[in-house]
Design a protein around this ligand. Structure first.
Ligand SMILES: Cc1cc2nc3c(=O)[nH]c(=O)nc-3n(C[C@H](O)[C@H](O)[C@H](O)COP(=O)(O)OP(=O)(O)OC[C@H]3O[C@@H](n4cnc5c(N)ncnc54)[C@H](O)[C@@H]3O)c2cc1C
Ligand code: SF4
Length: 493
């Protein structure tokens, strides 16, 4: 292998700063005022229906437009405690912004994601500067303890909501840092300024949540022990395994799992230390494939080719993401599947592909036409898998089987996030799973009926938030008397 083909320091520090800069710079006050003025504050707003956490979008935008930014941020965080992350990483082009009625009138939605970031950043700054405490308070202690395994978005969401409801929570996280893929997976240019850790700190400041890092279920912990020690268990372990290409040479130097490389990149403080090949091939068609391709380019790779076995509309990466990759210099090759790796145990030198097509039955088949793309780095991004760390639970299509409220096949054990089946594995979906299971766990532990309706129905959840009046001693001592869950202490609204 020509060692010079994989090396660090391909760019100058000014170039790294440019290639990894914030993909959507935040709005300033004037821009936020203008954008919020574009909202029609629709009744039965379609943007809100399209948000998996059902944030009251017209309401928070209205608050921005009346300069109640703290109230806007609180409104968002009530529905989605990871609203700061979601404002940065949500594929809004297929969620709220796709549904915005402004698309029909002028082909340009209200920039809901950026407004959400404007409002949540405002709350974060106020809390971080000591001007205010986290806007959420805890209910009277129930004396119940819940174990949460996995400290990613689903685990953090369930933990925060349970803490609000008065339960004590212990999070067991395998890795040294909490945050899951927010910390180790999301593309650098979407999550700058150590935002994942700042958000974890903010979220934990509610109290009642203890995090144990370096504790892995299946190694240091056993489900049977957690079940006997805790009133309930929530599993949010994500998908720790990765699919293989099943080709000879997959263990050669230069062939890597995209998620491992991305995790290394996310922890890297100096991008000039990251090694990258001159010629890179990425295999896959999802978020991870797009992210590794763009970030390889950002590290200075000359030729980055993303190859997917089907067509553009079959890719789970959105049209916007595909376009972004192309504008950043990534070449996308469709209808081609890898059939062999070129090289030796000294290092990979390229990937052989076969062109594909759909046959009359709609199945994928090879066309017997082959081509080779040279590469010294081959990144595999062909999907992630649930690791067989928990044997006791029923699994369907490779994920934990759960009911509508997140309860698994074992009573008292709930699960959410990427380790259960979704239409799309997204941060926002994981947050909603955590919220739904928190209510279900609360009901099971206290017998207190929070809602008679399906927990997937936000309106039911919102109604129970509004209906549940707390008698938390802190409120009484603070002179606030009765207060509903999720309200700010100090009247930010
Ligand atoms: C590269 C990449 C980029 C992505 N980009 C986006 C994006 O831009 N926008 C978006 O919406 N979504 C994106 N996603 C998807 C999103 O990150 C996930 O849907 C979300 O993080 C799921 O949250 P989770 O809590 O279920 O799992 P995770 O975030 O994976 O967290 C699981 C946690 O559990 C821990 N854990 C695992 N096993 C154990 C164990 N046995 N014991 C204890 N702890 C354990 C892990 O260390 C981890 O901290 C991306 C995913 C990837 C892989
Ligand atoms: S659909 Fe668009 S215009 Fe209507 S409330 Fe939502 S953001 Fe505002």
């Amino acid at each position: 292998m020509d060692k010079s083909n994989i090396r660090a320091g391909r760019l100058t520090s000014a170039q790294y700063a440019e290639t990894f800069c914030d993909i959507h710079p935040p709005l300033d006050q004037k821009m936020a005022a203008f954008e919020s003025s574009r909202c029609y504050f629709c009744y039965d707003a379609p943007c809100m229906e399209a948000c998996p956490t059902q944030i009251n979008i017209p309401e928070f935008i209205r608050r921005i437009s009346t300069e109640n930014t703290l109230g806007a941020g609180t409104e968002i965080l009530e529905a989605n405690i990871l609203g700061g992350t979601c404002s940065r990483v949500c594929p809004v082009e297929i969620l709220c912004e796709q549904a915005c009625v402004r698309n029909t009138s002028e082909d340009k939605p209200v920039t809901i994601g950026l407004l959400q970031r404007y409002a949540t950043d405002y709350v974060f700054k106020a809390v971080e500067s000591g001007k205010m405490k986290q806007p959420f308070t805890r209910a009277r202690a129930t004396g119940k303890k819940v174990a949460v395994v996995g400290g990613g978005p689903a685990g953090l969401s369930v933990a925060h909501r349970l803490a609000m409801l008065g339960h004590d929570v212990e999070i067991f996280e395998a890795l040294p840092k909490t945050g899951g893929l927010n910390e180790y997976g999301i593309a650098v240019y979407k999550m700058l300024d150590d935002f994942a850790q700042r958000e974890v700190k903010f979220l934990l400041s509610i109290g009642g949540i203890t995090v144990h890092n370096g504790k892995r279920l299946g190694k240091e912990l056993k489900l049977v022990d957690l079940r006997s020690k805790y009133a309930s268990v929530f599993l949010s372990i994500g998908l720790g395994g990765v699919n293989a290409l099943k080709l000879e040479g997959e263990d050669w130097p230069g062939v890597m799992n995209a998620v491992d490389y991305i995790a290394e990149l996310r922890q890297c403080k100096n991008y000039s230390k990251m090694q990258v090949a001159r010629d890179v091939v990425v295999i896959g068609g999802g978020n991870t494939a797009i992210d590794i391709a763009i970030q390889s380019k950002a590290l200075g790779a000359e030729n980055v080719t993303l190859v997917y076995r089907r067509g553009s509309s079959d890719m789970s990466a959105t049209g916007y993401e595909q376009e972004l990759a192309q504008t950043r210099g990534v070449k996308i090759v469709l209808w081609s599947r890898p059939v062999g790796l070129e090289g030796s145990s000294a290092g990979v030198r390229g990937v052989k592909f076969e062109k594909t097509r759909k046959n009359a039955k709609g199945e994928l088949e090879g066309t017997n036409e082959f081509f080779v793309v040279p590469a010294d780095h081959v990144f595999k991004a062909v999907g992630q898998l649930l690791l067989p760390e928990v044997q006791e639970l029923e699994v369907v299509k490779g994920k934990f089987k759960v009911d509508a409220r997140g309860e698994t096949s074992v009573k008292g054990v709930y699960a959410g996030g990427d380790c259960i089946a979704h239409k799309e594995d997204l941060t926002v979906a994981a947050v909603q799973d955590g919220k739904i299971s928190a209510y279900a766990i609360h009901e099971a532990l206290t017998g207190e009926k929070l809602s008679g309706k399906g927990m997937k129905d936000y309106k039911a959840i919102a109604a129970l938030d509004a209906a549940r009046v707390l008698n938390h001693p802190a409120h009484i001592h603070g002179g606030l008397g009765k207060q509903k869950i999720g309200t700010t202490v100090g009247g930010a609204r």
